[in-house]
Design a binder for this molecule. Structure first.
Ligand SMILES: Nc1ncnc2c1ncn2[C@@H]1O[C@H](COP(=O)(O)OP(=O)(O)O)[C@@H](O)[C@H]1O
Ligand SMILES: [Mg+2]
Length: 506
């Protein structure tokens, strides 16, 4: 009276195959599950028993032992309900157990025998191939993410009864095939730059940031449009590729999101509040979940009110900004989550917000202002290439400016061209954009004409720029030249780049 079926557990964002063994013997009627934490076991037992009875099966009044192996993988939640129920049915002869072993089944049961969606189906689907299991039984709402990888035969179901008939060969079910038309990938972003009036400088800086994947910080009074601009940056980045969409969706799937169409189709825009904890940013918890930096993978992490964030939360950003991933350490093991995002930050210029305002007066003392601006640590500021000021527009300007602002699609065309140049430049290395150049690459690719060099030298001396500005200006100029289709960095590229180091000047 033994049966075996496969299921899967999510650890961080990776899936692990789990063997669900069921053994039924005569003896006191006890239903024990080993390999799950206490709370989950109790809940699962109750759901499975009710679902079996309400699906018309007799719940065996015998000794039932279910083993979820390997024991050392942490298991969570109701994802095993379905495999446990099927295992019991096979062990009592209601399902042909020789048919059962080829399946991996995931799903939470409702008390009346319906199958509820679960998280992590995309990572599980990706992992099946590795484990040489092809047949994957999933809850109906998870069918698209299960099938999008094209690596499994996906059988979606809504009720336990249907699954039993299918496994016994009493009902047909063709594998669910992913319909490319359903693919929500490659969809346009939600917001368009065409809505932003004026603010030429900020728009241009956003274009350069997107083209070279430079992190950017905007400083300006409340209401000047910083948030509005930030929200539009995902839309000028190249559309996600299929592989990028899989990478990002995998993270979101493990965090419990199910997308219509199966894939996350847009570049993500995450804007955690400034009171966010370091754990929420980095990821963590008893069952480690990806944090904001990973949910922003392949997209934008927008930190509004940058100076108001807690110091320990901001420190979390240093590793992902450097390595494009984040390590979340737990007592026993550690997890590494992808975290490759473009950082867009916004802040007021001073505590009252009116510093530099053309009409309102700033009431802050100079010391207060300095303290406010110094709240962001040097090492963090060091990872941000582009600084700009976003001045408040006057009401009149807002109402009078024409609406012929350039669309995001038009800007994106130029960004894509500049990215293509960078792809060729960095072929064969880990770097994909100018922002990631280290000193070695800067030296190699940012060669200046004599005239351009003189201009840079004068700018640095006159404006009293710090030494670290030097490389930043070179990188930004490289991107400006790429947007210009110019292989050499010319003097006007340098002149423009100098404008985007606002904080070095003040
Ligand atoms: N350049 C602009 N063009 C059109 N609307 C703008 C512009 N700047 C500000 N607004 C309007 O003002 C509102 C507030 O802007 P917001 O981006 O929230 O400012 P901030 O983040 O700098 O405080 C926006 O929702 C928008 O309606
Ligand atoms: Mg804002």
């Amino acid at each position: 009276m033994f049966s075996l079926i496969y299921s899967a557990a999510i650890n961080g964002i990776e899936a692990h195959l789990v063997e669900v063994e069921t053994y039924i013997s005569s003896g006191m009627p006890v239903f024990s599950i080993v390999g799950l934490p206490d709370v989950a076991v109790k809940e699962s037992r109750d759901r499975v028993a009710a679902a079996l009875k309400n699906s018309g099966f007799d719940f065996p009044s015998k000794k039932i032992t279910v083993n979820l192996a390997p024991a050392d993988i942490k298991k969570e939640g109701g994802i095993f309900d379905l495999s446990i129920a099927l295992g019991i049915l096979a062990a009592i002869g209601k399902i042909k157990k020789e048919n059962l072993q080829r399946f991996c089944a995931v799903g939470e049961l409702s008390l009346d025998g319906k199958i509820r969606k679960v998280k992590g189906v995309l990572p599980i689907s990706l992992s099946l191939q590795k484990n040489k299991i092809k047949d994957f039984i999933v809850p109906f709402p998870n069918r698209q993410e299960a099938a999008v990888t094209g690596k499994a035969n996906v059988f979606p179901f809504k009720t336990l009864i249907e699954i039993v008939k299918f496994i016994n060969g009493e009902a047909e079910c063709e594998p669910y095939l992913y319909d490319e038309k359903e693919l929500s990938v490659l969809v346009e972003a939600e917001y368009d730059f065409a809505d932003v009036k004026g603010q030429k400088n900020a728009k241009r800086a956003s274009e350069i940031a997107a083209a070279g994947s430079h992190n950017i910080i905007m400083s300006g009074p409340p209401g000047s449009g910083k948030t509005m601009i930030a929200k539009r940056i995902p839309g000028i980045l190249p559309l996600m590729t299929f592989d990028e969409a899989i990478e990002t969706t995998k993270i979101w799937s493990a965090a419990g999101h199910v997308f219509s169409g199966g894939l996350m189709g847009r570049r993500t825009f995450r804007s955690p509040h400034h009171t966010t904890s370091s754990v929420a940013l980095a990821g963590g918890g008893a069952y480690p979940k990806p944090g904001e930096v990973s949910l922003a993978h392949n997209g934008i992490l927008f930190l509004d009110e940058f100076a108001e964030f807690r110091r320990d939360a901001l420190e979390v950003l240093r590793q992902p900004l450097e390595d494009k991933k984040i390590t979340v350490s737990r007592a026993k093991n550690s997890f590494v989550f992808p975290a490759s995002f473009m950082l867009v930050a916004a802040m007021n210029p001073c505590p009252c917000g009116n510093l530099g305002h053309r009409e309102k007066e700033c009431v802050c003392a100079p010391l207060q202002i300095r303290k406010y601006q110094n709240k962001i640590s040097g090492p963090l500021m060091d990872r941000i290439d582009i600084h700009i000021e976003v001045p408040a527009l006057k009401f009149l300007e807002l109402s009078e400016l024409d609406n012929n602002s350039e669309s995001s699609a038009a800007i994106r065309e130029r960004v894509i061209k500049a990215r293509e140049i960078q792809n060729i430049r960095f072929t064969g290395s880990d770097i994909y954009a100018n922002a990631q150049m280290q000193a070695k690459e800067v030296k190699k690719y940012c060669v200046l004409s004599d005239k351009a060099y003189e201009i840079l030298k004068t700018a640095i001396e006159k404006l009293n720029f710090s030494a670290r500005s030097y490389d930043k200006i070179l990188k930004i100029s490289r991107t400006i030249a790429d947007l210009d289709g110019s292989s050499t960095i010319k003097s006007h590229h340098i002149t423009e780049a100098v404008r985007y180091r606002f904080f070095d000047r003040s």
